[in-house]
Write a protein that binds this ligand. Structure first.
Ligand code: GDP
Length: 481
């Protein structure tokens, strides 16, 4: 009896010590709008908690994962990632894609595992808190603003607005600017009109597929700030040595720009970004390849802006602001299920080419960086079809309502076999072809897959995926040794 209570005591102490020492890993999931963040997180969680097939996730392959479950997140002030609602959409009959990320959210998933280390087992360490932080990549584009003043921001924003590819979208805003004197007295109506026209220009650009270099990021994804005076400013042409009269419209814009930085950008940086341990950046490289030169140029600019945040080089602005917290970054080209398997590595190579400069530099700084192609949810399966004596790899899935190929419009209900084309083996050739609008790809969007296998609780089994397990392996498996 005495022995039993003694060993109970030890076990209890071990559990408590273990809980106290349980490490937490903050994993940032980011990417531009529609890159696939919501789908990625939902599938990741579902695969972890309901025993999905993850053969290339080492702890799973070694059968050391005991179970994984959701727990209340540690940060009360951050909205919870609405996993249950997104899952409901994806397993509905018929399934639908969930609503996309529009603001920051968080979710904690606890992973219990059998450690291979005697020390960890003795200390009762058999858990990891994985805190997943989902946030729009557009907010990263804002980070460089921290080192800019209003003049520098204005001159950069107006230089972009004057670019011929943006002329039509920017016209109403530029005409308004031409008729507005920066030295005129403060006027809220001018501020509101200017901010509205500036935002309309940004969203027009986004509609054409240009999501990048559209700082300030909250103008397009305001989250809770919709309609706030913090977002009521716009860039104005100012000579570098021009003194701003007090109470002028330009002085008002300068003040608001500074508040935007201190109230919006800096807290995001301090409270969220700077606390991340690992990061996955999702990139919809396929859509850009499919849409051609402007979309690609834009994606490249966006990646350059985003990558600055992960480039802890000696002369980068960020190294001044941050230590070396993020030690692994994974760039992932999403929606690889739109291509046959033979093109998956090629898609990864294209992504590497797009982010190469930054990858090389970050590697030089000792950060672990990797790039791969994945599909968080595989909506297609592969087959072959014979055409002119040649066997072509085809994808079978249910195209979304309204998608068209060769004059056929799909109704969102019927399955179809599609030959999407192959990426060239040389990634530079793939980029070149897309720039010259001669991309060999013909892509359409698919409905989420219907899940046929059912779990013991009656819900459909975890989602099929492509290389989600490899991504997970790179991002977290060293915490589960
Ligand atoms: P977010 O804005 O980054 O949160 O993007 P979402 O996760 O909402 O994804 C945007 C859209 O891309 C979805 O509605 C789907 O149509 C598509 N998508 C995302 N991930 C996948 C995937 O793994 N496979 C397929 N076929 N489509 C995907």
């Amino acid at each position: 009896m005495a022995d039993a209570s003694y060993s109970d005591l030890i076990r209890d102490a071990q559990t408590r010590l273990g809980d106290f020492l349980t490490p937490s890993l903050r994993l940032g999931v980011t990417g531009l709008s529609r890159a696939g963040k919501t789908v990625f997180i939902t599938s990741l969680i579902r695969n972890l908690i309901s025993g999905g097939r993850l053969p290339f996730f080492a702890p799973e392959a070694e059968q050391r994962i005991v179970r994984a479950y959701l727990e209340p997140q540690p940060d009360d002030s951050v909205p919870r990632f609405d996993y249950e609602a997104h899952l409901r959409d994806l397993i509905a009959v018929p399934p639908v894609w969930p609503d996309s990320t529009r603001r920051i959210s968080e979710l904690r998933i606890t992973i219990e595992y059998r450690s291979g280390s005697l020390l960890k087992r003795t200390l009762g360490l058999s858990k990891l808190y994985l805190d997943i932080v989902d946030y729009p990549g557009e907010w990263l584009i804002d980070l460089p603003l921290l080192t800019q003043d209003y003049r520098a921001f204005s001159s950069e924003a107006l230089r972009l607005a004057a670019d011929p590819s943006r002329a039509a979208a920017a016209k109403p805003f530029l005409e308004f600017l031409a008729g507005t004197d920066p030295a005129a007295g403060e006027d809220e109506q001018i501020a509101i009109t200017g901010a509205k026209l500036f935002t309309e220009y940004l969203s027009r650009m986004r509609e054409t597929g240009a999501q990048s270099t559209l700082a300030p990021g909250r103008f397009l994804l305001p989250g809770d700030l919709e309609g706030s005076p913090l977002l009521t400013f716009f860039p104005m042409p100012l000579a570098s040595d021009e003194r701003l009269p007090r109470a002028s419209i330009a002085a008002m814009m300068t003040r608001r720009f500074e508040s935007y930085k201190s109230t919006v950008v800096r807290p995001f940086f301090n409270d969220h970004f700077a606390r991340l341990d690992r990061q996955i950046v999702l990139v919809d490289a396929l859509s850009a390849l499919n849409r051609g030169a402007d979309a690609l140029a834009d994606l490249e600019r966006a990646m350059t802006a985003i990558l600055q945040a992960f480039r802890p080089g000696t002369n980068s602005w960020l190294s001044l602001l941050m230590g070396r917290k993020i030690d692994r970054v994974l760039f992932a080209a999403t929606k690889a299920d739109h291509l046959p398997a033979s093109s998956h590595d090629r898609l990864a190579s294209v992504l590497k080419l797009i982010v190469d400069d930054s990858v090389t530099r970050a590697e030089g700084e000792g950060a672990g960086v990797n790039a791969m192609a994945l599909a968080a949810i595989r909506a297609t399966r592969e087959t072959t079809a014979k055409q002119g004596g040649e066997l072509l790899p085809c994808l079978v899935g249910i195209p979304m309502t309204g998608e068209r190929i060769d004059g056929v419009t799909f109704n969102g209900k019927t399955e179809a076999a599609i030959f999407p084309g192959d990426l060239p083996a040389d990634p530079a050739a793939a980029l070149d072809a897309a720039r010259r609008a001669t991309s060999p790809l013909e892509l359409i969007r698919f409905q989420p897959p219907k899940l046929l296998d059912v779990l013991a609780d009656g819900t459909p089994a975890a989602f099929p995926h492509i290389r989600l397990d490899r991504a997970l392996d790179f991002l977290i498996s060293d915490y589960l040794t």
